[in-house]
Write a protein that binds this ligand. Sequence first.
Ligand code: MRU
Length: 358
Amino acid sequence: MMKSHADAGPAIQTLRWRDGALEMIDQRVLPARFEYLRYGSAAEVAEGIRSMVVRGAPAIGCAAAYGVALQALTLRSASPQAFELGLEAGFKVLAASRPTAVNLFWALKRMRGVWDVNAQRSPQQIAELLLSEAHEISAEDVRINRAMGEHGAALLADGARVLTHCNAGALATAGHGTALGVIRSAVESGKRISVIADETRPFLQGARLTAWEMVQEKIPVTLITDNMAGHLMSRGEIDAVIVGTDRVAANGDVANKIGTYMVAVLAQRHGIPFYVACPLSTIDLTVPDGAAIPIEERAAEEVTGFRECQWAAQGVQVRNPAFDVTPAELVTALITEKGVLMRPERERIAGLLRRMPP
Ligand code: MRU
């Protein structure tokens, strides 16, 4: 993978299309280094998703869409049969990259839809259409995040101290962010918001990514370890919790970064609203409840240490589920691009989706 260095600049561009290739910020090395890696095929993008160069549900969806487009572009001079086989292989490798974020499968389905309706065209034409669709998925993601931001900002009082878990910011999306997008929009509207960032063991998305994003934009941010949230809540130092999500089941159960469930239980204990910023593409009506959401298990080394520093006893058994499920009853509201859905449950979610154009 080639590296290209760049200044972060004011707006964080997690993914960008440059000279016929996809470039993605390498989120594994932030905040120590800010650099883009270049990707030229579906298999390369799948590896970027698997290894967490790019992470966060909407960003994974955008990356997968570009992965499909890249695959088609590499095959544009092939025969129709070779194109079909090669493109199918691209879909397959991308679908196997990570299991929990439904945006990955949502984006692949949308790309397949474009292929299906244009199947009679030449490989070159299909490749161009797929690339346009990937661009559109990314542009749409930013528009959706801005809409969610506006709806969600109204929920935050001036001066609110907002706890967030993991990174649901610009880095987790094509721009603006979901949970951090709400905070950004509230700040843009003139509210004084401060952020409490859970560090988010074991991959440290909060300490490395959320804290970095907020520091870049001079939004006041305080970093805590994950086991400090209850203490701060008990002292009245947190006014609201906002997190993102990787998949919401039909009944409103929310899968998000491991540790989110613990925060939601604590929030309820202390009467603190628990909001989930949730683009509608993250709602998966095919799973009835949270128990049916596939939960990724990651490598033991993420728990036994960090990078080359491994501190746990050699030979210890490890569990490393990357996500957990917060039951719908603990969720105060889903913040979507179509508005705020209070007390999400099956009927209300179905009603919201029915009001959407197909
Ligand atoms: O393992 P990650 O870093 O991909 O997990 C990310 C999260 O859990 C985010 O909170 C979620 O994807 C929402 S991002 C807008």
